[in-house]
Design a protein around this ligand. Structure first.
Ligand code: ATP
Length: 202
């Protein structure tokens, strides 16, 4: 899945409508401290359906809306659009008719978020599934925020393994294993009860 453009308006420090073209290959963002480099990564995470305000360095979701400066008043709305280039048809099959997919998230103060895919209103789940089916998303280890490398280096081996398992695409198997084990325990309990009933009847 290739991201080709990112549009922001009213998102954190990007108060004016801004469009960034993401070219093929490796993209680097350079600039002085505090110019908004991390805000760009957070915008990508947010439009993919990130719900935890903390991971966007805020205490509530409204904190992503431009909060105003000495010279400019605060905004009441923030919007981010991520344009996905689907010419290689790498998005899920239901988007096979689309060369480009535009995913938009908009938030208004105290009213929560609304999502659109190619102009149509959708649920947050639809957006999260679009990215999950393409093996990415707001929690993807491919999005490396500041300090994450240090955390990874200093992490306990078990925590580091969880990140590697996510990258290998096998973390979902743990959930299925837990479910299977719990069903097995339930079946064993039923068998024991059945044996008690059979013994009582004999
Ligand atoms: P560094 O290189 O120091 O890590 P950076 O380029 O990654 O910096 P960011 O952390 O992305 O910069 O941006 C920080 C700037 O964004 C700060 O100036 C902060 O005031 C501004 N900012 C964050 N949230 C908002 C908001 N809701 N409204 C207005 N400005 C905001």
């Amino acid at each position: 899945m290739r991201f080709s453009r990112l549009r922001l308006s009213g998102f954190k420090s990007f108060v004016d409508p801004t469009e960034l073209h993401i070219e093929r290959g490796l993209t680097g963002v350079v600039g002085p401290n505090g110019c908004g480099k991390s805000n760009l990564l957070e915008a990508i995470r947010w439009v993919m359906g990130e719900n935890r305000a903390k991971s966007l360095r805020g205490s509530g979701m409204d904190d992503v809306i431009f909060a105003g400066t000495d010279k400019r008043p605060a905004r009441n709305m923030a919007e981010v659009t991520l344009v996905i280039d689907n010419q290689d048809r790498s998005a899920p099959a239901e988007y096979n008719d689309e060369d480009f997919i535009e995913v938009t998230r908009r938030i208004e103060r105290e009213s929560g978020s609304a999502y659109r895919i190619n102009g149509k209103d959708v649920r947050q789940k639809d957006v999260q599934l679009l990215f999950a089916d393409a093996a990415t998303g707001a929690h993807s280890p491919a999005l490396v925020s500041q300090g994450r490398i240090g955390t990874l280096i200093n992490a306990k081996p078990q925590d580091r393994r969880a990140i590697l398992e996510e990258a290998a695409g096998i973390s979902g198997l743990h959930t299925r294993r837990k479910e299977a084990e719990s069903r097995l325990r339930g079946a064993e309990g039923n068998l024991t009860r059945l044996q008690d009933v059979i013994q009582a009847m004999e």
